[in-house]
Write a protein that binds this ligand. Sequence first.
Ligand SMILES: [Zn+2]
Ligand SMILES: [Zn+2]
Length: 403
Amino acid sequence: MRLPSGLQKIAAKSAEIVRPIRRDIHTHPEVGYKEKRTSALITEFLKELGLEVRTGIARTGVVGVLRSGRKGPTIALRADMDALPIQEETGLAHASVNDGVMHACGHDGHTAILLGTANALVQMKKHLVGNVIFMFQPAEEGGAGGKRMCEEGCLDDPKADLVFALHCRPQEPLGHIGLKAGIGSSQSDMFKMTVLGRDCHGSRPDMGTDPIVIAARVVDGLQSIVSREVAPFDIAVITVGTFHGGTASNQIPDKVELSGTVRTFNPEVREKVKKAMRRVLTNTTKAHGASYKMRFYDGYPPVINDPGAVELIRQVGEKLLGKDSIQTYEYPSMGAEDYAYYLHRIPGAMFQLGLAAKDCDDPHKLHANRFDFNDDALQYGIAMMAGVVFAGQQYKAGKGSRK
Ligand SMILES: [Zn+2]
Ligand SMILES: [Zn+2]
């Protein structure tokens, strides 16, 4: 595998160009499918680079295409643009000016890295063959923007052969990357349950059916599913995240609403858990004379990283960052990632990009209201993404690419 000799320098220079852009995006965060300002900014940047640009994909998504003019494979790179409905508490000069909206998952960094990568690859165009597709998707945080991007053809013109993405990891050291072949993230599903009782005065529980007590037993019952019904070598998580019932201290309410998340890796375990949850809810409410409502919402499927693509990233990482900077994860992340939808179409892999500065031993985590992307990681992200494009093209050309 050969990488252009000036790649790291060009990546570092590109990082300086996109550093203020990253902060600008951070200051003006937008939630899923509302990334209007962000996508306008991306569009302008890509157009100035001379790329072919398509807008309005998956509503606010942007796709840029760099054609080398030479025959060869097409490598697609993906970034997500959306922010979260979280009130920022960083107190930084570039903190969010949009009330209750914040880039707490580093998607501002991902977007800046992909812009920087486009800038770097345009400068190294003479070393490229085939094409590069730069995909900026909306709504990763629950809106399945990646699914819609794929459905609306982001990988189809030109036809992509491999797709890569990264996600920042605040707890990993700066200049390090993390890899996981095979299953990289969990199947993430959501549920809502309502325990329906009968309201009455708090002093006369015998005159009603108390949904608070019954819902508490439901929560307790759900907790034995993973410990008693899922095999010890399988992985599952059931978390009840909300529990709402009642408005007065001396009243028994008529219902309690619960919601939560289920994480699994294996479709059979997933089905088993879903069935058991319904059984616990049905029988617990029945035992106490209450009734229920329940709904499951299917979430993102697991990310399945192609082992060949992971190996490519490893080789690029060893060249650019050094062997000691590559971490191989033993376990997948319990998080969810809609990058999974791209991998349903073509092979590829996601890697994790470390953000933690040396002197920082307890960094703010993703989705925390004091998290901020570390701009010093931009150059590593850009170098890796650009390197992976060259490596991917050589790998795919060796295997015979789609024309
Ligand atoms: Zn997130
Ligand atoms: Zn994220």
